[in-house]
Design a protein around this ligand. Structure first.
Ligand code: NFS
Length: 671
């Protein structure tokens, strides 16, 4: 059995620490304690176990050993990784498909409570695919766009068309390598086919299809999901929000929405503001209904409505332990089965809503878009009816919460840099070219109870900020920074390098930009593409001084994201353990795949995937890559002392100096 850790070792979040002490008092298990009890299988963990057929599972632990069918270690590892990527791509893309059906139903007046909120985005997206917009109603355009998007999933031949939104050079590269996805579903199905017993048995060939499958996620399934969420619920723009368990309120009916699809959560937000529901809650003795979110559902409604986030992935059990949550409403993905058993210690109802997800012991209220508002109200009334069952003696809400400003969609970043008439990435490119901003890092992904919650995220984020690296975030990583207070204008600036600080002060942005849920990682692809097209930083993503990091990854979706980012030209660093690490000290050549997804992919796509457990090494590798890309572009070497003389804070400091010191501070000692 692994060593049992103390609450302070489980997490760096003070609210979570309080709740884990509470868990010990109550004698309940959590993912943190289960991780202590469950030693990971080192053979499976290294990708060296094949359980694709009934002759095995075959564990290849000796030099030169092969499976019963003769499969070699690299074939097995490539199969395992490709299957994980296919599952991740399937999860994102099935979400995208459901959004496309919702758009269709909305366009045809069949989706109760939904309407098209962002007509400008609808017209813009339709324009990418030559769908006529002039003289047509939003519903007509939306109907055609929905049909077009639905067809992208089942398309059999040709190319998925959102790839047109990549740089010309990148599209060309994908075509030359034969990896442009034909249809989203086709690539996922083919990934499963190729990795079945007795099929594709050349690791590099299998991994080329992993690239194609991941591209079907990033440049189709997920991109479709983000587009439609913006069209139906509004493209995010900065808004004030809060994060952490302290957003749960003692005197209100607390409902937590958890999962991924904004279709349900947005409707629950609407229902919670309905006078009928507010009156119903008051009649039950509460002040009203207090909504908050967990995981990517949290990000969806935080970005658009400012609904607070109760926390990230590892907060789901902790929220229930507050004893103050009347209902946790879940849809799909990242929902722990342990919630139901844990909730039995309290009065919390776990309500499943998706036709795809049921959990034994949970209440199922199936969500259906045709009666969405009615069902959302029914869910809230179920929660309100449960308020009377709350046991005050079991209530414990840690008073920890932070303010934040989320809502940095690529459209908003473009606008904020240039205003309505000059919307452009030019100022960002210029700041990178001058060296004010050293480079950009996207720090995204999950929590993983194998490491201390948020520790790796926050350590890497804080260090890169000091090094003048602008950070964009999504998913549970974004909530980690939010809880730390790094997403609030000036609040995040005290620890930021001088050049980056100047830019943040001039533009009026926090140094860490919250760009949304994990599906919204496609916004990062769009930003990088627009940066390449703006000029000065090469002509494709692989030339930009940028790195993607997922320090605490755990889900298959994260692997799919990593792979489409690599195929798009990015260097991606994952923390924790590699699922294809092999044991090269015991089995020679068990790291062929590990090396291939780094050097091999870099030669082919200009991007690479590496697993680096040590955070200091992660930071070093990030900065080295950024500096290497700067040098390749002929940009000046990064110099931390060069900037930081202007900017609001500097001017305020200078203002406070006596006259003679002022002159020196502005012009330097030599003047
Ligand atoms: Ni992303 Fe979002 Fe969080 Fe990981 Fe799960 S919620 S889709 S997978 S755990 S970041």
């Amino acid at each position: 059995m692994a060593k049992k850790r103390e609450p302070q070792e489980y997490t760096t979040d003070p609210a979570a620490q309080q709740m884990l002490i509470r868990a010990e008092e109550l004698g309940v298990q959590t993912a943190f304690t289960r991780a202590d009890d469950m030693v990971p299988c080192n053979i499976g963990g290294a990708g060296m176990c094949c359980k694709q057929c009934g002759m095995g599972p075959c564990r290849l632990t000796k030099d030169g050993q092969v499976g019963i069918c003769g499969a070699t270690i690299d074939t097995i590892q490539a199969r395992n990784l490709t299957r994980a990527i296919a599952a991740g791509a399937a999860a994102h893309s099935d979400h995208g498909r459901d959004m496309a059906f919702l758009l269709k139903a909305t366009a045809n007046g069949e989706a109760e409570g939904y309407y098209i909120r962002d007509v400008a985005k609808l017209r813009m997206v339709a324009g990418y695919y030559d769908i006529p917009v002039e003289g047509r109603s939003p519903e007509e355009i939306a109907n055609d766009l929905a049909d077009f998007y639905i067809a992208q999933f089942g398309q059999q031949r040709g190319e998925v068309l959102p790839v047109r939104r990549a740089t010309k050079k990148r599209q060309q590269l994908w075509r030359e390598r034969g990896v442009v996805p034909r249809g989203v579903d086709r690539e996922v199905v083919e990934a499963l086919h190729r990795t079945h017993i007795g099929d594709d048995q050349d690791a590099e060939h299998i991994l080329e299809h992993a690239i194609r499958t991941a591209l079907a996620d990033g440049w189709a399934g997920s991109m479709i999901a983000t587009d439609i969420s913006d069209i139906l619920f509004g493209t995010p723009a900065p808004i004030l929000g809060q994060a952490n368990l302290g957003v749960i309120k003692e005197d209100m009916v607390n409902v937590i929405v958890h999962g991924h699809e904004p279709s349900l959560s947005e409707m629950i937000v609407a229902a919670s503001q309905d006078p009928e529901i507010i009156a119903y809650a008051r009649a039950a003795g509460a002040k009203g209904v207090n909504l908050s979110g967990i995981c990517c559902t949290a990000n969806e409604i935080l970005m658009r409505q400012g609904i607070p986030a109760a926390g990230n992935f590892l907060h789901q059990e902790l929220a229930i332990m507050t004893g103050a949550v009347e209902a946790m409403v879940v849809d799909v993905q990242c929902i722990m089965q342990a919630l139901v058993g844990l909730a039995q210690n309290f009065h919390t109802q776990i309500i499943t809503t998706s036709p795809k997800v049921r959990i034994k012991g949970a209440t199922h209220i199936e969500f259906e878009e045709h009666k969405a508002l009615t069902i959302a109200k029914q869910i809230l009334k179920t929660a309100i009816d449960n308020f009377k069952n709350r046991d005050k003696s079991k209530t414990y809400i840690p008073q920890v919460r932070e303010d934040l400003i989320p809502g940095f969609s690529h459209e908003y970043i473009n606008y904020m840099l240039g205003g309505s008439y000059r919307a452009s990435f030019r100022p960002l490119n210029d700041a990178i070219m001058a060296g004010r901003i050293r480079g950009v890092a996207a720090i995204v992904g999950c929590n993983n109870p194998r490491s201390s919650q948020d520790y790796l995220h926050n350590l890497v984020t804080k260090e890169l900020l000091k090094q003048d690296v602008l950070i964009v975030q999504t998913g549970c990583g974004a909530i980690a920074s939010a809880k730390l207070g790094l997403m609030l204008g000036e609040a995040g600036l005290s620890e930021v390098g001088p050049g980056l600080r100047e830019v943040c002060e001039t533009v009026g942005i926090p140094p860490v930009l919250h760009m949304g849920s994990c599906v919204d990682n496609t916004r990062i692809l769009t930003v990088l593409t627009q940066m390449a097209e703006t000029g000065g930083l090469g002509d494709d993503i692989d030339q930009i001084p940028a790195v993607g990091l997922a320090p605490e990854w755990m889900s298959e979706k994260a692997l799919a994201i990593a792979t489409y980012c690599v195929a798009s030209g990015a260097y991606v660093i994952f923390g924790g353990a590699s699922p294809v690490s092999g044991m090269p000290d015991r089995v020679a050549d068990s790291d062929i795949v590990l090396r291939y997804i780094s050097q091999g992919w870099e030669e082919r796509y200009g991007g690479k995937l590496e697993f680096i457990a040590d955070p200091q090494e992660m930071i070093k590798a990030t900065l080295a890559h950024i500096d290497k890309k700067r040098a390749a572009l002929g940009l000046p070497e990064y110099d931390p002392t060069r900037f930081g003389r202007s900017g609001d804070s500097k001017m305020l400091q200078i203002e406070a100096l006596p006259l003679e010191k002022k002159r020196e501070a502005i012009y330097g000692a030599a003047v």
